[in-house]
Design a protein around this ligand. Sequence first.
Ligand SMILES: NC(=O)c1ccc[n+]([C@@H]2O[C@H](COP(=O)([O-])OP(=O)(O)OC[C@H]3O[C@@H](n4cnc5c(N)ncnc54)[C@H](O)[C@@H]3O)[C@@H](O)[C@H]2O)c1
Ligand SMILES: CC(C)[C@H](C(=O)O)[C@@H](O)C(=O)O
Ligand SMILES: [Mg+2]
Length: 372
Amino acid sequence: MDILNKKIIVLPGDGIGPEVCEEAIKVLEAVADRFGHRFTFEKHLMGACAIDSTGSPLPEETLEACYYADAVLLGAIGDPKYDNNPAAKVRPEQGLLQLRKSLGLYANIRPVTAYDVLLDHSPLKNDRIAGADMLIFRELTGGIYFGEKGRTAAEAYDHCTYNREEITRIAHLAFQAAGNRRNKLTLVDKANVLETSRLWREVVQGIAPEYPSVAVDYLFVDNAAMQLILNPRQFDVMLTENMFGDILSDEASVIAGSLGLLPSASVGNIVSLFEPIHGSYPQAKGKGIANPIAAILSGAMMLEHFGLQAEADAVKEAVQNALRNEVLTPELNAVSPYTTEQVGSFIAYCVLEGVGSVPQKENIEVGLSTII
Ligand SMILES: NC(=O)c1ccc[n+]([C@@H]2O[C@H](COP(=O)([O-])OP(=O)(O)OC[C@H]3O[C@@H](n4cnc5c(N)ncnc54)[C@H](O)[C@@H]3O)[C@@H](O)[C@H]2O)c1
Ligand SMILES: CC(C)[C@H](C(=O)O)[C@@H](O)C(=O)O
Ligand SMILES: [Mg+2]
């Protein structure tokens, strides 16, 4: 077995970011203990907390540390004092966008799974969502997020631009992923209205013959939003531009049962970044109610990125154990909820002990109390 030594930069951020990051670190440390790796974690400022202490949402030293890391783990950024002040010139979200752009993280991969044991927790009907399993490839460094923007007293604009290269590079990743899954790729766009969407269609149509085993279909984003809820099993790999991907992936989290379950990996050519898709959920800060599973599964995606499949599988199995045993935060278990820290400890315990099947009641109690 190869023993790995990895340096992970952690950007806990704001709101529940630090709480969920702590649990992801706990689980990664359990992986290191069980499999004999050495992971070191170094925390840096980003977001509203960075503005408070340095004036910048992405201090130079944070960016520098990320460049030299083996991977970056991000919690979430954002604070109501900026959300509720449209006139603020410096904002936490600028740090996140600048980080994505500077690290060239052009592809954001967001897996969506309808876990059998959670089917009853989704507000959607079981028979609609059972078996749903898709990967959303969201373009992350282009489009309306990064186009020229401006405003006068009476008017504002945000330009949406894409070039062929930006579409081509993520399209290849999405086709490759589809080729390793169920061989279906759906491009979601608004090609009936937007010029940028027509370029996406043209580029994807041009690439498709290179992947003859992958069936491609095209959906307008308004229809896609409906199809996602109506029949999510039809999707295997969904490829889409930046803003559509942002919106559709939050929508897709309803299939899983909670926004607190969806992880992501952002990849480019420098260093990869792993983060839950949710935000800083400021209403939950410090209450111990945030679901840490999205952050923990982002850690599992990091392990896969390191080539540690057995280790990633151990984390995913441990998460399944928590789900099966209802060791869940209140948004998924209103009757006897567990805290953020307890869910993390239980998952770390399952990783450490290699508890594969449904553990006994006493194991749950030991798991909750041993690793803090
Ligand atoms: N990548 C990021 O850092 C990121 C992503 C989205 C939003 N944000 C920022 O977060 C702040 C709040 O935004 P928002 O309220 O629109 O989105 P949010 O994702 O923070 O929360 C939306 C809702 O999702 C649920 N939720 C989110 N995370 C959860 C978790 N871990 N466990 C259980 N439930 C969870 C809650 O019901 C919450 O009210 C804003 O400042 C926004 O800009 C940051
Ligand atoms: C906070 C915001 C800039 C961000 C985005 O829109 O990309 C978030 O919603 C996300 O999904 O990571
Ligand atoms: Mg989002």
